[in-house]
Structures are given as structure tokens and as C-alpha cells.
Design a protein around this ligand. Structure first.
Ligand SMILES: [Fe+2]
Length: 322
């Protein structure tokens, strides 16, 4: 900086004077930092948290009375991790939302650089996500992808409201910076093409069949991956638990959001116990252990940032420390 010359530094007689000059120059010293920039294990402020679909569904129905899809880009409820001052991420890299589109309604076409996917709770023949000009059916427990920059809209041509759960890597996009967003010049892409076999769709029927043929990774628990990975930053796994079966995930750098696709299960994340039903969400932030125990047959979706961490060679266990 122009206001502190090399001669000024040459004249510095002690540490105090040097620190004062550095301050004037707009330079931070690296030997007595305000906060350490490196530490032995990752920091994590987010906590294990649970959201009830029954509660969210009622809230969406209420929103349906006051919020239409002309006012709102999307009628959704953001599941922000419940720590003070946080209004958006569910876990470090991911945000999760419940969404509803009323019977006969559409949610306009847009695209964004954030990767998105959804798990259908209530839909059926006539409920579509329109991805890049093709109608993709939204049948309960289907998983649909709308990767980086794909146009997407939602069209409910059924007689019932449709509900689903969105998962996006928006917090990651915010952190790194490359957020772009466009509206389509048509409110909604007009198309009659229905693509049931789109690579953007993982029908539940296929998920069930694949799990039936999968090996157990622990007694009573089988797991498959949807996609390889599903998107550049997001991996999707589905675990089937037999009644009474249980599995644990040790603390690691992985950020995870679980969604119960079917059945009822007890979850313990970060020492917090949750009783869950179909459609419920459990946030399992990085560094936190997670344990699931099925009360009956359970299908459990796990959305994580695994591909990102693997790519960066940052997927690591976090050993328990006394
Ligand atoms: Fe979107």
C-alpha cells in the first residue's frame, strides 16, 4: 500500500511498531492470527435435525391458499439447519425443500447452474417435470434429476395436488460463486413428448427391483446408488432395511440429507434421536455420526456431496477423539 513505504518497515524498532505498520498497510500477520486458519479436525456448526412431512404438507396446503405460482417462482419450504443465523443451507453444501404444485397448476421453466434433484412424495400419471423439452413422469418415490443448466418446469395435469422434496447444491454454488439463473422465454416449455425412460428419472419400481437383488452390506440392510454418481456434485444412495435392521455411519467429511421413502425408522444423528415416517427429512451434517434402525421395512434415500469430496480427495473419516 502506498501509505506505508519500505523505509517505514526498515525503521520498525519492535513487534508493536511492525504490527501497527502492517495494519496501516492492510496486511494481516500470519503468526498471531485472529483465528487459526488450520485446525486438527473440521469445524461444524450445523446440527442433526429432523423435519416432518405431515407438518410440511399442511404448511404447503396453507401456502397454497396465499401463494400462487405467478407470485412465487416455486411454492416451497426451505429446510434450513436450525442454528442461530442460518436461513438457508440444510447441511454445508446442500439445501432441501418441500414443494407443492396444485392440481392444474404449472411452475414456470427456468434453469440454473446449481444441480437439483427431487424425490416425489405425491404425484401420478399427469404430473410431470419438464426437463429440456420433455415431460418426465413424477410417480411417488421416483427420483428426478435436473443437472446444471437444464431447463425445468413442473406441470400438474392431475386432479390432485402434487408434493415432492427438492435437493440442490445451492450452498456450494454460493460458496464457490458461479450462480447463474435464467427464465425461459416461454412461461413453460410446450411439449407433448413424454419420456418415461429419461436418464434423468429413476423410477421407484426399478429401485425396488435393484435392491431386491443387492447384497447385504450389514445384516438386513442393502444399498444401491442411483447414477454413478447422479450428478457432478451429488450422489444418491437408497438403502433398504428389513424390519428391526440397523446401520451406522461413522463421522466423516461427508454432508448428508436423508429422506424416508417408505416405512418408519428411528434415527440418531449427532446424539439427537428422531422418530421418522415416510417423507420425513433428517439432516446429517459432516462430522456427525448417523444411525438408522427400521421399525418395519424401510426405504431410505441419502443425498450427499460424495462426488465432490472424492474429486477433491477430501472424503475422510473423522476418528473419535477423547
Ligand atoms: Fe429450479
Amino acid at each position: 500500500m502506498a501509505n506505508v513505504s519500505p523505509e517505514d518497515f526498515n525503521r520498525a524498532g519492535n513487534m508493536e511498531e511492525l504490527l501497527s505498520l502492517l495494519g496501516e498497510a492492510g496486511i494481516e500477520n500470519g503468526w498471531a492470527k485472529r483465528e487459526p486458519s488450520m485446525y486438527s479436525v473440521p469445524k461444524q456448526n450445523f446440527i442433526g435435525a429432523h423435519w416432518s412431512y405431515a407438518q410440511a404438507r399442511a404448511a404447503l396446503d396453507a401456502a397454497g391458499r396465499f401463494v400462487n405460482t405467478e407470485l412465487a417462482e416455486r411454492r416451497n419450504l426451505i429446510l434450513n439447519n436450525p442454528v442461530p443465523g442460518n436461513y438457508y443451507p440444510t447441511v454445508t453444501t446442500l439445501v432441501t425443500a418441500y414443494q407443492m404444485v396444485k392440481a392444474g397448476e404449472t411452475a414456470r421453466s427456468h434453469r440454473h447452474t446449481a444441480n437439483a434433484m427431487r424425490l416425489v412424495m405425491e404425484g401420478g400419471p399427469g404430473m410431470y417435470t419438464i426437463v429440456d423439452g420433455k415431460k418426465i413422469p413424477m410417480i411417488p418415490n421416483d427420483v428426478l434429476l435436473t443437472p446444471n443448466w437444464c431447463w425445468h418446469a413442473h406441470s400438474n395435469e392431475t386432479k390432485n395436488n402434487a408434493y415432492w422434496i427438492d435437493f440442490l447444491d445451492v450452498p456450494l454454488t454460493h460458496l464457490v460463486g458461479p450462480m447463474f439463473f435464467d427464465h425461459h422465454e416461454d412461461m413453460i416449455e410446450k411439449t407433448d413428448i413424454v419420456d418415461e425412460n429419461s436418464p434423468a428419472r429413476f423410477p421407484f419400481q426399478q429401485t425396488v427391483a435393484r435392491l431386491a437383488a443387492a447384497e447385504e452390506f450389514t445384516p438386513g440392510c442393502r444399498r444401491i446408488e442411483l447414477g454413478n454418481p447422479a450428478m457432478a456434485t451429488i450422489a444418491i444412495h437408497v438403502t433398504r432395511l428389513d424390519p428391526g435392521a440397523s446401520f451406522s455411519e461413522e463421522p466423516s467429511t461427508l454432508s448428508r440429507v436423508f429422506a424416508v421413502m417408505q416405512g418408519e425408522a428411528d434415527a440418531v444423528v449427532d446424539g439427537r434421536a428422531f422418530s421418522t415416517k415416510r417423507g420425513d427429512i433428517v439432516a446429517a451434517p459432516s462430522t456427525k455420526a448417523a444411525k438408522w434402525t427400521a421399525k418395519n421395512e424401510v426405504y431410505l434415500l441419502r443425498v450427499s456431496d460424495e462426488p465432490l469430496l472424492k474429486y477433491l480427495n477430501w472424503l475422510r473419516p473423522i476418528a473419535a477423539r477423547a
